[in-house]
Design a protein around this ligand. Structure first.
Ligand SMILES: NC(=O)c1ccc[n+]([C@@H]2O[C@H](COP(=O)([O-])OP(=O)(O)OC[C@H]3O[C@@H](n4cnc5c(N)ncnc54)[C@H](OP(=O)(O)O)[C@@H]3O)[C@@H](O)[C@H]2O)c1
Length: 339
């Protein structure tokens, strides 16, 4: 049997939920009888049913109509069914209870501590398991989740808006808008894709930003993270409008990021000014830098992003993609040695 076409379908349909399942991975599951699809299930909303459970529940509505017993069905799932009893119970145990006899898995769980445990439960219950079908696609669609599980820290993206002469902002207290509306809309999507937004105290004091994801589709809002040694009146700053804000008073950036190693967060977008961005880049923890460059010149009153004669490439990054957004250029740089 060619399971790849069903795996492709499960992977692409799972993607519909990438903004509402996060920070969980997107997962799809399909139950088939021979070549016929009996039911499908997806992990649609963080904290709610996993994909396999939704597929099983949807199939139950068709029992005695399209099939008699779950033993006639094969379950296709993009990611190894979980073994742990988390918010929703162990999926591997729930699958075993139905009497399903064969499970086809895209990728095994990347977390070395639990990887293979779901498969073990299935096999101990006499279920035949086939794995590694389109695993590279599953990994690519859940790149932040896989990164976090393998590296025990969230994937870090720095976003900067730069003038044509390499400046971040004007050296006064006024908020400086550098890029076009289209670029700023694009940043909203970067925010929606990530699990958290991080900034520093100076940016908060000078810009009073909201730093939420203002997009036209349903999305879980990113957690907000503030690095500041100073006190803030939470009623004065829009950053605190949403309930989920972590404040770190430590300026030790490894310590701050390490704080999230056992959390749900798989990705953080750093939206700060030159001093915090530079400190982050110098730690070697930054995985990606996204630069929006406009045609504006800020001149002598502008504050440089980087020291003279230092480019992003000098910090050990290489250009991965570059294209125009309205009058601006969006460039994505990734760390030279891929993790
Ligand atoms: N063009 C853009 O894309 C962009 C984006 C964001 C901001 N900005 C501009 O950047 C300006 C502020 O830049 P900035 O870099 O001075 O402020 P920042 O983004 O707030 O970062 C510096 C602040 O972060 C905190 N911090 C904690 N640990 C740190 C560490 N290890 N290294 C450095 N800072 C640490 C400190 O806050 P405390 O002082 O509160 O302790 C420090 O003052 C604003 O005018 C804003 O408009 C531009």
């Amino acid at each position: 049997m060619n399971y790849e076409k069903f795996m492709h379908r499960a992977i692409s349909n799972a993607n519909l939920y990438k903004f509402t399942a996060k920070p969980n991975p997107v997962v799809g599951a399909i139950l088939i009888k021979g070549e016929k699809i009996i039911s499908e299930g997806y992990h649609e909303i963080f904290g709610q049913n996993h994909a396999e459970i939704n597929a099983i529940n949807n199939a139950k509505k068709k029992i005695d109509k399209e099939f008699k017993s779950f033993s006639e069905l094969v379950l296709i799932c993009t990611l190894e069914p979980c073994s742990h009893v988390g918010k929703t119970g162990s999926c591997a145990q729930a699958i075993a209870k139905t009497g399903i006899k064969k499970v086809v898995i895209g990728s095994i769980d990347p977390n070395p501590l639990v990887s293979g445990n779901g498969i073990k439960i299935l096999e101990e219950n006499g279920i035949q398991v086939e794995k590694g079908i389109c695993s590279d696609l599953v990994e690519r669609q859940n790149r932040f989740f896989f990164f976090k599980q393998k590296n025990m820290r969230p994937y870090l993206t720095v976003k900067i808006a730069s003038s044509a002469d390499g400046k971040s902002h004007l050296n006064n207290t006024e908020r400086t808008i550098i890029t076009s509306e289209a670029s700023r809309d694009d940043v909203q999507i970067l925010r929606a894709e990530r699990d958290a937004i991080l900034t520093g105290g100076n940016t908060l004091r000078s810009d009073n930003p909201r730093m939420n994801a203002r997009v036209s589709f349903a999305s879980n809002q990113p957690k907000k993270i503030l690095l500041s040694s100073k006190e803030f009146n939470k009623n004065e700053f829009q950053f605190f409008n949403e309930d989920s804000v972590d404040v770190h008073t430590s300026s030790n950036l490894e310590e701050v990021i390490n704080f999230y190693k056992n959390s749900d967060l798989c990705s953080i977008l750093i939206e700060a000014g030159p001093s915090l961005v530079k400190s982050f880049i110098e730690t070697d923890m930054v995985d990606e830098i996204i630069v929006y460059t406009s045609k504006k010149i800020l001149g002598e009153k502008g504050v440089n992003w980087f020291d003279k004669n230092k480019t992003i490439e000098n910090y050990g990054f290489k250009l991965e993609s570059s294209y125009k957004i309205d009058q601006d250029i969006k460039q994505t740089f990734v760390r030279n040695e891929k993790k």
